[in-house]
Structure formats: structure tokens, C-alpha cells
Write a protein that binds this ligand. Sequence first.
Ligand code: HEM
Length: 403
Amino acid sequence: MHPSEQVVTITAEFKADAPARYAELRELGPVHRSRFSTGLEGWLVVGHDAALDALVHPALVKNSAPSRDKLAAANYTNDRPGVGLGGNMLVSDPPDHTRLRKLVAGAFSPARTRALAPRVQRIADDLLDRLVPKGEADLVEAFTAPLPVAVISELLGVPEADRADFRRWSSLTLGAPSDPQREAALNLNRYLADLIAAKRRSPADDLLSALVAVRDEDDGRLSEVELVGTAVLLVVAGHETTVNLLGNAVVALLRDPAQADLLRGRPELVPGAVEEFLRYDSSVEHATPRFAAEDLVIAGTPVARGDVVMVALSSASRDMPVPDHGDPAELDVTRNGVRHLSFGHGIHYCLGAPLARLEAATALSTLLRRIPDLRAAAPLDELEWVPSGIMRGPLALPVRFTP
Ligand code: HEM
């Protein structure tokens, strides 16, 4: 049997041990038949060259008739009115994708992002002012989650009082299809639709008000469904990803205190270390599903029209040679010129990459400086991982330190 014909099942156990499991799969071949935690079955791309091919393949699309039928059969539909992540750039193909991405691209440009640096630093310091005297905490709840939530909320214009609900719904939305998942997606959609109505009545200096203005110019640039869909996407893509990257980075540093000491002693290494954390154990384990618009071949594997293709970005990133010819399975925060696929590739390349880098560098350098003796308060091998099909990160991270 061709190795790609063995069905790989992506279970919670697989996800907990993902880097090692992907390494085993890469030994067998770049593309495997797989059953995903969402219930979908299709192809899992684990090799670097095959991943690049898949991410730019013109016939691997986000939105196609056969794929919609499959998603509906797996009860995983994204475009039922009012539910999920419908009507946004991440689930669109050109020309809709091009139009939707252009509308918000300016807000996430490197220059606009640089201007946010003092605000991100303030948020990190405020959270640590509250955390440091305690001596112990769940670092996810106290730091790695509230920081990205605060940043994206401020950008969009989400009031502080609503952010806890907002965080809960957004996390649940990423879970496997289930009643709580659908209810959370519905709540998040309703909440953002109401917030959009409020911005329409009294605009403020935020991204949601700016999008409402574009919508209301009514020249066909943005429909109401797309306006809400874009808001939901920015909330979910704009923080879960960063929460989990930070969680994975802190887990890696707790496992390897010598690397943490290196960064404490040489904080100028932190921006490069962020690239290494993205490469070593990123939060977006798989890119979002793509569908074959026609029969095609990826790395020698035939993919039939309508088949689902998932690209394991985390696996592909570990399959790239590292600049110093060292071991790609090792964490080395001093590597220069690290490359990875953690922000994707091609037209859907992460729009928020500059913001994610700023948040991660600020959060990690501030945490290392202000809590020099951070240590795990529970065995790291027993951590629970977020129950999401595409995301990887610790659900909670109990830590202890000198107050
Ligand atoms: C797309 C990763 C943070 C907004 C993507 C994709 C990846 C990714 C892999 C492509 C998915 C695919 O092709 O299926 C990450 C990681 C982050 C992060 C690892 C943090 C560590 C952010 C932030 C924002 C953001 C802070 C801010 C709003 C987006 C958007 C897209 C996207 C809007 C869709 C782009 C498109 O379809 O053209 N991200 N992201 N991301 N990301 Fe991020």
C-alpha cells in the first residue's frame, strides 16, 4: 500500500504530541489520506515542498460547489446565514477575496502596526502589574489571552466590559462542530452585528466604524453579511492565533530554561526568537480547508475534484532547512534568518503578521524581564491542549514565581 493510503486520524492524542507525529508522517511521505477532528476526511499535506504547491495551486480553492456539499454533510458549513465565519476573505477566492482583503489591508500595514507599539507595551505592563504580586497564576488566563484580546478589541472598538464574553465565544467557535460551538458562533455573530448597529448610530475612531462607513457608501464594495463576517474573522484570526503562539512559546521556554536565560540576558534576540517560536511550535497547526475545484495532483498524489486538502503548516515549517544547518527539531532562539510557513503562503498570507510579531515580541520580552523566575506549577507533559481542529496551544498554563 502507498503510505498516503493509510488513513491518519487527527485525534486529541495526535494533537498533544503533534511535532513528533508529523515527523513520523514526513518519513512516510508528503501527503496522507486523513480524517480530521471536524469529521471531514481528505488529504493532509505534511511536507514543505508539497505544502508550497498546495498553498498556491490555482485549483485548490476555498469556496466551491462540491466543497459546500461536503461541508454541509459534515455539518461544518461556514456559510449558513448568521453562523460561523461566512462572507470573509479567508473563505473567499478572487475576485471577492481581493476586494475584501483590500478593504482592511491598510489597517494592518507595517506602519500602522508600528504606531500601536506603545499601546501594546502599556497593555502588557498593566496585565503584569496585576499578575506579579500574586506569585502564581494560570498564565493563559492572566496574560497570554487577555493581551491579544485587548489589542484586537481596541482596534475594532469592542468595549472593555464585553471582552470576557467575546473571548469565550471566539474560543468555542474554533472547536469541532458541536451544539456549544454553533451557539457560540451565533452569539459572536449577533454580538458583532449589534455592535456594528451601535457604531452606525454613533461612529467612533475605530476599525469597525471605518468598515461601516465603507458599507454605507453603498457602491457594492461590502455587503452587510461581509461586514459582519469580516468583523468575526478579525476577532477570531486576530487573537486565538496569538494567544496560542504565546502559550506554545512559554511552554518551550519552561522546558528549556537555558534558552529563556539567553533571552533574558540578550533581549535584542527576542524578535528573531519570535520567528523561531513560529517555526518551532506555531499556533496554526493547519491552514484552513482548501477544496479541489478539479482533479489534480499534489506531490504525486492524485486528489479528486471536491476533495478536502489540509496543509499542516507546522509540519511544513519543521521540514525547511534551518539557516545554521542545525537540527530543525531543536529550539534555538539565536538562529538568524529563520524561515517558516506559520503565517501561510500565497494570497491568504496572514494579514495580521506584523501585528502578531509586535504582540509576541512585546509580550515575551516584558514577561521575561518582569518575572525572571517563571516556572511551571504542573507537569508540562500533562498539559491539556485547546480542542480545535486547526489551532494548537495549551488550554491552561499553571505557573509559579517570586512575587
Ligand atoms: C490568515 C496565521 C495573527 C489576521 C492567516 C493564515 C495563517 C495565519 C496561517 C492563512 C490561513 C490559510 O491560508 O488558510 C496567524 C498566526 C498568527 C496570526 C500564526 C499569530 C501568531 C493574526 C492577527 C491578525 C490576523 C493578529 C489580525 C487581525 C488574519 C487574516 C487572515 C489571516 C485577516 C486572512 C487573510 C486572507 O484570507 O487573505 N493567519 N495569524 N492574523 N490572518 Fe493571521
